[in-house]
Design a protein around this ligand. Structure first.
Ligand SMILES: *[C@@H]1O[C@H](CO)[C@@H](O)[C@H](O)[C@H]1NC(C)=O
Ligand SMILES: *[C@@H]1O[C@H](CO)[C@@H](O)[C@H](O)[C@H]1NC(C)=O
Length: 486
């Protein structure tokens, strides 16, 4: 049983720890002890590395479990509405959760104790110093989609290694993990190999995986990408430029206004920001330095560990895309760690269907250019004509999923009413021009390549016929026969 210090002493210690940790963050030293104690070199064997991961997880899991909030999922009066972000108009923040004073206090004390523990005696993150790479999670039909996204990444000239986290061996695809990914300098890591080391009381799945993939990735600096998100420019330079160098955490915006509950701010002792300050986060792409942001990642792990029944509702109240999306920025803010939220609004590209716009992908923008603008006081969210927009940087093809095993049956998406093949990204011409090339053509080239490479070799595609043939047929119809617009 942990003995808690008297409250005022605890607060004093907490303040002391916070300032110490801020000082150490300023000097970028949180991993110093790790470097000394384990003496990593590029030769460190993967067995030693794996053992260090297991030890780290054992320590972290104990900390997570011993600071359980012990409350039921808060009752909720409906879901937060989808309201578009507007930097010039304050929206009333939704307040839809019911929590008793007793529950709020339990959750707040658990949060404080966890934070206190990671400040005073953090489990040391395990990674290889000075490494950079891409991290993703995938499984089931997402794995082939990930291979398409990875090929798009390689088109930009980026050669950084990639680590792909699968929840368990049930997700393992031998051909993809042993041939397709290694050929593209990527490898599969089974999260259960680490997590099951501790028979844990909470199972980790779906949205929760992202934080743990970042936590267990071997890279010091990482770009997390959802399986259906890829850059259209080489992302390597992002690691060596602003805002990453000074902030160590970069997140991108969602379409929507923040719907974080006032209770969350009470629990985390953070001020309630005006809804105009920044949009909610999208989290299909995140840049993070484990060296400068161990606290962010450790607190994000806590938010995700207790996410589905507590922190996801606290951070989104059922708003659009509720899940891990807000946990990273929230964790940075609650640990008083610097973070940069890209200001340039996310854009939708898609096509017109039955007179209405059907969005199919999200465009996120160059953080370096965005930072340059906001540093000079130019906020395009307040005045769009204040400056030219930053260049598109990521394409997050989130809806529908371009899963070769299914997408060819979606005739509404791929064809006109008369059965002629049509492009899916035709609306938003200015945006399309800003890509500096025919991204849709590149994308379909990789869908075709992956469809033909993986046909007959993917368990998830068993029983699906003619994937390669359908991809080639669509390719010819769109890009060779010249019978479509664009
Ligand atoms: C927006 O920026 C443009 C270009 O700097 C300027 O001419 C215009 O007056 C600004 N509009 C407002 C409402 O501030
Ligand atoms: C099919 O419909 C589209 C859009 O209405 C049109 O552009 C195209 O020419 C049509 N093709 C044929 C073969 O009728």
């Amino acid at each position: 049983m942990l003995v808690r210090p008297a409250l005022d002493r605890k607060i004093w210690l907490f303040a002391l720890a916070l300032s110490l940790s801020l000082v150490s963050l300023l000097y970028h030293r949180p991993s110093y002890r790790l470097l000394r104690s384990l003496d990593w070199t590029s030769q460190t064997s993967s067995a030693a590395h794996h053992q260090a991961q297991l030890d780290f997880w054992q320590a972290l899991e104990l900390l997570l479990r011993s600071n359980a909030p012990h409350v039921r999922r808060p009752l909720q009066a409906g879901n937060a509405p989808s309201i578009g972000y507007d930097a010039t108009h304050e929206n009333e923040r939704p307040d839809l959760l019911y929590m008793t004073d007793e529950d709020v206090s339990k959750v707040k004390i658990a949060h404080e104790n966890y934070l206190y523990s990671i400040l005073i005696h953090p489990p040391l993150l395990v990674y290889r110093p000075k490494t950079r790479g891409i991290v993703s999670t995938a499984g089931g039909f997402y794995l082939p989609i990930l291979v398409i996204s990875l090929r798009m990444l390689r088109r930009t000239g980026c050669t950084l290694p990639m680590e792909v986290f699968l929840a368990s061996y049930a997700e393992y695809e031998p051909y993809i993990c042993e041939h397709a990914l290694p050929a593209l300098n990527a490898r599969c890591i089974i999260l259960a190999d680490i997590l099951s080391h501790v028979p844990s009381s909470v199972s980790i799945s779906r949205y929760q995986l992202k934080a743990f993939a970042m936590l267990f990735s071997t890279f010091e600096s990482l770009l997390f990408l959802d399986a259906d998100s890829f850059p259209v420019q080489n992302p390597t330079r992002l690691f060596a430029s602003e805002p990453f160098l000074s902030h160590g955490l970069v997140v991108w915006p969602d379409f929507w206004v923040s719907s974080t509950a006032p209770f969350y701010h009470l629990i985390s002792s953070t001020a309630i920001p005006p809804t105009t300050l920044r949009a909610s986060s999208e989290a299909g792409e995140i840049l993070l330095s484990k060296k400068t942001h161990p606290l962010t990642l450790l607190l994000a792990a806590y938010y995700n560990y207790y996410g589905p029944a507590l922190y996801y509702p606290l951070l989104s109240q059922g708003g659009p895309g509720e899940g891990d999306k807000e946990t990273f920025l929230a964790a940075a803010l609650a640990t008083h760690t610097l973070a940069y939220a890209v200001s340039e609004p996310v854009l939708a590209i898609g096509h017109t269907q039955d007179g209405a716009f059907a969005g199919s992908a999200m465009v996120q923008h160059d953080p370096e250019e965005d930072y340059r603008l906001t540093q000079s006081g130019l906020w395009r969210t307040r005045n769009a004509s204040a400056a030219a927009p930053p260049k598109p940087f990521f394409l997050h093809v989130n809806h529908p999923k371009f899963d070769p095993a299914q997408v060819f049956d979606d005739r509404e998406l791929l064809e006109f009413a008369n059965g002629t093949a049509r492009r899916t990204w035709t609306d938003g011409e200015e945006t399309m021009d800003a890509f500096g090339g025919d991204v849709e053509k590149w994308f379909w080239e990789e869908i075709k390549g992956v469809s033909c490479e993986l046909e007959g070799k993917v368990q998830d595609w068993v029983g699906v016929k003619d994937v390669c043939w359908k991809a080639e047929r669509r390719w010819r119809a769109l890009f060779e026969e010249g019978d479509v617009e664009g």
